[in-house]
Design a protein around this ligand. Sequence first.
Ligand SMILES: [Zn+2]
Length: 337
Amino acid sequence: MMIYPWQHDLWNHMSAARERLPHALLLQGRPGIGKLDFAEALAAALLCEHPAQDGHACGQCDSCNWNAQGNHPDLRVLTPDDGGQGGDEDDAEAKPGKKSQVISIAQVRELAEFLNLSSHRARVRLVLLHPAEALNAAAANALLKMLEEPPPGVLFILVTHQPQRLLPTIRSRCNKMDMPFPERAQAESWLATQGISSASERLTYVGGAPLLALRMEEDAEKRLGDLHKELGHGARMDPFFAASLCAKEGIPATLEALQKWTHDLVSARLAGEVRYHMRQAPSLQALANGIDLSRLLDFQRVLHEARRTAQHPLNAELQVESLMIQYTQLFSTVRAS
Ligand SMILES: [Zn+2]
């Protein structure tokens, strides 16, 4: 069970308050900052029979052993049935192509029995629910009833990066905790300790979230680099070759890459600066200078619309090829102005 350097202050605060925790916590914050890891470390610490001085679980007692095996009798973890392979809370985004994920009312109902039991060992029983926005409407209502009449000695820990998608009545029943987002320097040095050599570039590309940067695979990073090189060719790009570079990424990742590239084209055109592609800044600027702005903004809207409907594309390959063709056409008929 690990927490991250940017979470230490919050951890100390929580450890000091462990005797008077509320009955429900909502850990909220951006994707890729380690919310779920924090929640799991907190759960382990609360269940541990001999927590260490710094508040962390000892890792050796019976309770910690059960926890490590994933079958602690005083802990229930609710996560979408077809997901739940560990990792951080945003796996659904990181691994496109997985089925849509829902926490069902059946899963919440199964909690009722657990809540009525008395604790096996620890003084608390815990329910860890992630990602909380995966609750469907019926499940959310069932959970709400439990939160309204919390059994003694039970702590609910909900983890979410989309709190606005939760029932307001659920939010109001929880003590909300804004999970810290690391400073840039801290995120970079942490990534360096994880053996990531291109920490700065990756962080820039993912918008600063260290776990997203960590999870960029080297293969994917290289393919992305190849795609950027192609996009840099502007009108001379071969749209079919560019589309073939995206075949492994899946539609959501491809659209994200195109959106970020286009964002930087717009930004270069309007403000002379880029946000995601520092290394390609000069070629982006050159491309942007020769582009028809209204076409570019149209293309940005097309991408946005495609992203909204990207979950079930009829033909992913065709869609990507079509977008690549539209991209090359941005540059093809610039009228003199
Ligand atoms: Zn322990």
